[in-house]
Design a protein around this ligand. Structure first.
Ligand code: NDP
Ligand code: 8X3
Length: 250
């Protein structure tokens, strides 16, 4: 049986990936900060599918804690790593920016992804096989008004994916970068600090993507023949052309 390691598995895209891979007979290693949600997911998915699930309650920003917890995995085969944990906080011009929100976004979306990759890639090197799938964003391709630091973190993910693809080439480890547009998850609720009206307005008049739509593409990338690597996938809802152009119904 194959094993997939998913960060940010307690919600949205990560949770949908957990279910999609479980359905397809993968064992799971699920990482996030909310332990109760991880335990609930483990119980639900193990009951529903004949798979085994390890949970790791950790914050991707804390390297020493990750190191302690992930070095226990050295005997576990990891076929796919999905670097998905991430967030956006706030939306505003640079001169009004909140420094602690910037730090959280940079530490989670960029440094957290690097920390996890630093710890898991040697396991893949030892195996001489593996696949790293990074969840970037359309905000990693284009910059939109007031998105400054979040867009910068996702541009960094885009660049890191390209760099890791080169680093991993001699070892036969694949790297895929997935860049979704609008996906209706808890993303906007987190961005707007729990303001549900504001979060809902992001998806008003347009049918957004759902977490499962992204999980389908992640699974598709992971299920390619061994000789095939999907480098980049950009996914938007039907009525979104790019980060700043979409058609909304009144
Ligand atoms: P959600 O808010 O629904 O999920 C985010 C997940 O990340 C949660 O499971 C959360 O778990 C985890 N997480 C956040 N911070 C940390 C941390 N410090 N350490 C460990 N886990 C963390 O949002 P999405 O599912 O939408 O977001 C997933 C990824 O997709 C993000 O990288 C986001 O930038 C990206 N994305 C989202 C888009 C969208 O429109 N929704 C579009 C493009 C990209 P917990 O709180 O339990 O730690
Ligand atoms: C999330 C999509 O366009 O809100 O990365 O930045 S967007």
């Amino acid at each position: 049986m194959k094993t997939v390691f998913i960060t940010g598995a307690t919600s949205g895209i990560g949770e949908a990936c957990a279910e999609k891979f479980a359905q397809n007979n993968y064992n799971l290693i699920l990482l996030a900060r909310r332990e109760e949600k991880l335990i609930q997911l483990k119980n639900d998915l193990e009951k529903k599918y004949s798979i085994s699930i390890k949970i790791i309650c950790a914050d991707v920003r804390n390297y020493s804690d990750l190191e302690k917890k992930l070095t226990q995995l050295t005997d576990t085969k990891i076929d796919i790593l999905i670097n998905n944990a991430g967030l956006s906080l706030g939306l505003g011009p640079i001169h009004e920016g909140d420094i602690s929100q910037w730090d959280t976004m940079i530490d989670t979306n960029v440094k957290g992804l690097l920390y996890v990759t630093r710890l898991i890639s040697p396991i893949m090197l030892k195996q001489n096989s593996g696949h790293i799938i990074n969840i970037s964003s359309i905000a990693g391709r284009e910059t939109y008004a007031n998105g400054n630091v979040y867009c910068a973190t996702k541009h960094a993910v885009d660049s890191i994916s390209k760099a890791i693809r080169i680093d991993m080439l001699p070892y036969g480890i694949k790297v895929t970068n997935i860049a979704p547009g609008m996906v209706n998850t808890n993303f906007s609720l987190v961005r707007f600090n729990g303001d549900k009206n504001r979060a809902d307005s992001v998806y008003k008049g347009i049918e957004p993507l759902y977490a499962i739509d992204i999980a389908e593409s992640v699974y598709f990338a992971g299920a390619q023949a061994d000789n095939v690597n999907l480098n980049d996938i950009v996914i938007t809802p039907k009525f979104q052309a790019n980060a700043t152009t979409s058609i909304r119904k009144e």
